[in-house]
Design a protein around this ligand. Structure first.
Ligand code: IYR
Length: 222
């Protein structure tokens, strides 16, 4: 087998004290992020969406297969159709499905089947996970660690939006098959997360939640 091509990688060398300062600043920045459900309709330049998706597109992925597609929608009619279809599923979820434990877990968020924000935000970004990728010659390539890879990309997307003062919410109406139809995506992809993107409304309020303490998130083992 021939060797795959490698190129030098010489990232900036960061002394520990500088690294810690940057790490604290980054944490401070990320810790001010909240998921929001109350958005302004103020426009967001499409370059902001391009920048956030470009940042997402730097994510590591299984076998570097980059198994994601980000579909950015600004057309108010398409957004409205997405809202109506999402609310159909959400109504079923909240009113008809027998999911007491799940409903109870959500109680403190104060959510219901109304998803007005899908009409208010200037952008909806729908992320699709490619179970398979259609190669240029039309053959199908199986992808590995798809969910992990797309999740990593979504995390970077959220962080990039926050850096630009933009807010979002990982919205996952269940099931989400309507997005495949409405956005005309191929059967090799499945809808992964629906992100409304915009500035938070001036009267935006969020649930009074605390992040779990580091001692619960990190196990330090010698
Ligand atoms: N998709 C519903 C329910 C919902 C589910 C989870 I898990 C949440 O963290 C929040 C809401 C909705 O968006 O209302």
């Amino acid at each position: 087998m021939t060797e795959p091509p490698f190129v030098p990688y010489r990232p900036e060398r960061v002394p520990p004290d500088v690294g810690l300062r940057r790490g604290r600043e980054f944490l401070g920045h990320m810790d001010r992020r909240r998921s929001v459900r109350s958005f302004s309709s103020a426009p967001v330049p499409h370059e902001a969406i391009e920048l956030a998706v470009s940042a997402a597109n730097t994510a590591p992925s299984g076998a570097h297969q980059q198994p994601w597609t980000f579909v950015a929608v600004s057309d108010p009619d398409v957004r409205h159709r997405i809202r109506l279809a999402a609310e159909v599923e959400e109504r079923r979820f909240y009113r008809e499905r027998d999911l007491p434990e799940w409903h109870e877990a959500l109680a403190m968020l104060g959510t219901d089947e109304h998803k007005d924000y899908l009409d208010v935000v200037p952008w909806l970004v729908v992320v699709f996970a490619q179970k398979q990728t259609v190669l240029p010659d039309g053959r199908l390539r199986k992808n590995y660690y798809v969910s992990e890879s797309v999740g990593l990309a979504c995390g970077l997307f959220i962080a990039a939006l926050h850096t630009m003062g933009l807010a979002t919410l990982p919205h996952t109406p269940s099931p989400m098959g309507f997005l495949t139809t409405l956005l005309d995506r191929p059967p090799t992809e499945r809808p992964y997360i629906l992100f409304p993107v915009g500035y938070p409304s001036s009267d935006c309020r969020v649930p009074d939640l605390a992040r779990k303490p580091l001692a619960e998130a990190l196990v330090l083992r010698s």
